[in-house]
Design a protein around this ligand. Structure first.
Ligand code: HEC
Length: 88
């Protein structure tokens, strides 16, 4: 019984984007959420580019350029940037 509650609370923390124990090692559902967020944000004016197209450094520069074209705040920018740098 207790284990089931822990699982439910754990799932909620991921959905709310809250601090979870796995904050430094993204789970597959974090990755999925970031991928959807990336597509929604960066597919509006042009096709969202594949992460592997650019190096970590290039993504860093690109994201700061593209931030001026989107409504991303700094936290969201960092989240997308680390997603791209982790999957390129
Ligand atoms: C409001 C429109 C708009 C949105 C939203 C947008 N972009 Fe762009 N993006 C552009 C335009 C216009 C260009 C081409 C001109 C330029 O490079 O300045 C471009 C170019 C690019 C390029 C190619 C740059 C190069 O040097 O060839 C990449 C990569 C890119 N965008 C990534 C992104 C990412 C990642 C996001 C989401 C955070 C995003 N864009 C959101 C308008 C947008």
């Amino acid at each position: 019984m207790k284990a089931a509650w822990v699982m439910v609370l754990g799932a909620e923390a991921v959905l709310l984007g809250g601090e979870s124990a796995s904050a430094n090692t993204p789970s597959s559902s974090d990755r999925f959420r970031d991928a959807v967020f990336y597509q929604q944000t960066c597919n509006q004016c042009h096709e969202a580019q594949a992460a592997r197209k650019y190096s970590d450094r290039q993504w860093n520069d690109l994201m700061h350029t593209m931030q001026t074209r989107t409504a991303l705040n700094d936290t969201e920018l960092k989240e997308l940037l680390s997603f791209l740098q982790a999957t390129n």
